[in-house]
Write a protein that binds this ligand. Structure first.
Ligand SMILES: C[S@@+](CC[C@H](N)C(=O)[O-])C[C@H]1O[C@@H](n2cnc3c(N)ncnc32)[C@H](O)[C@@H]1O
Length: 269
């Protein structure tokens, strides 16, 4: 199968990771479209906003820094660059421009316009591969347009039903999206499934205000928009329950950063 797009070489490298192998890769510009119309989840009001035509154009420069930095407690909390550096660190990737970057395979779930994907790719050698996956066609078109790194490719698919073989990735990231996904636990399970043993996972997601009354009120309000607010121990508790190790978190006023590692099965004596 030949893909004659600007990002064709990276997309060709994604094909062996796919399960099942696609009968056709769709004809969308710059990314593999693996989402059959009947498999697309019904969009919540919040997801409909993500699919606005205009949003990919203002997302990285305006929407993302304003919304997320406030939720991280700007100016005390980490800015976007510090947040991405933390992601690369917790995923075991290198720093941009550093010598000896790992040739890792990395999955960025719900990549939007590729802002975090590109930042992760800066910590991966070009022999590695970074794959961004999202539901929204407009976001992916923008991601492909804005990406020049040769080892980055994009896929349209559902986070809850990741179209990859078990154990394909060294690292998986899901920033700013778990609270939008109708089955967040299914999405986390899917991320763990596609990680290699010893692979690392990071998530940046919502945090429910810890006070009982305001927490309940905020949760109810967010729920009406199709957003979920996670308790301080909800995501870490889920990952521990699934047997992940090195589970850790950082809490910010409206967001939480969670990391974990897939265990390596003990060698048989
Ligand atoms: C706020 S953007 C996050 C983009 C980027 N990861 C970041 O941290 O800035 C959320 C993205 O999640 C995507 N999304 C929501 N539900 C999804 C699902 N079930 N599968 C894949 N992507 C999903 C939306 O289309 C949107 O592009």
């Amino acid at each position: 199968m030949t893909l004659s797009t600007a990002r064709g070489a990276a997309l060709e490298r994604i094909l062996p990771l796919l399960d099942p192998p696609p009968a056709s890769t769709g004809r969308s510009p710059g990314y593999l479209d693996l989402l059959a119309p009947e498999d697309a989840p019904v969009p919540s009001p919040a997801q409909r906003v993500m699919e606005w035509t205009l949003l990919p154009r203002i997302y990285e420069r305006i929407w993302r820094p304003v919304g997320f930095n406030l939720a991280k407690g700007w100016p005390i909390g980490p800015d976007t660059a510090a947040e991405h550096a933390l992601a690369r660190d917790w995923l075991g990737l290198g720093g941009p421009g550093a010598a000896g970057l790992p040739a890792a395979t990395v999955l960025d779930v719900a990549c939007g316009p590729g802002n975090v994907t590109r930042s992760l790719a800066a910590g991966v050698a070009e022999e590695g591969l970074v794959v961004g996956l999202d539901l929204a066609a407009g976001m992916l078109a923008r991601a492909a347009e804005d990406t020049t790194a040769p080892h980055v490719g994009y896929v349209r698919g559902n986070a809850v039903d990741l179209p990859f073989r078990d154990g394909s990735f060294d690292a998986a990231c899901c920033f700013g999206a778990l609270y939008l996904i109708d089955d967040p636990w299914g999405a986390l399970d899917a991320m763990v499934r596609v990680l290699k043993p010893g692979g690392r996972l990071v998530v940046l997601t919502s945090r429910r205000p810890p006070l009982p009354v305001s927490g309940r009120a905020a949760g109810a309000l967010a729920g009406r928009a199709g957003l979920r607010l996670f308790g301080d121990r909800e995501v870490t508790g889920f990952l521990e329950g699934r047997g992940l190790t090195e589970v850790r978190r950082r809490l910010y006023p409206g967001l939480q950063f969670v990391g974990a590692r897939k265990p390596v099965p003990a060698a048989r004596p």
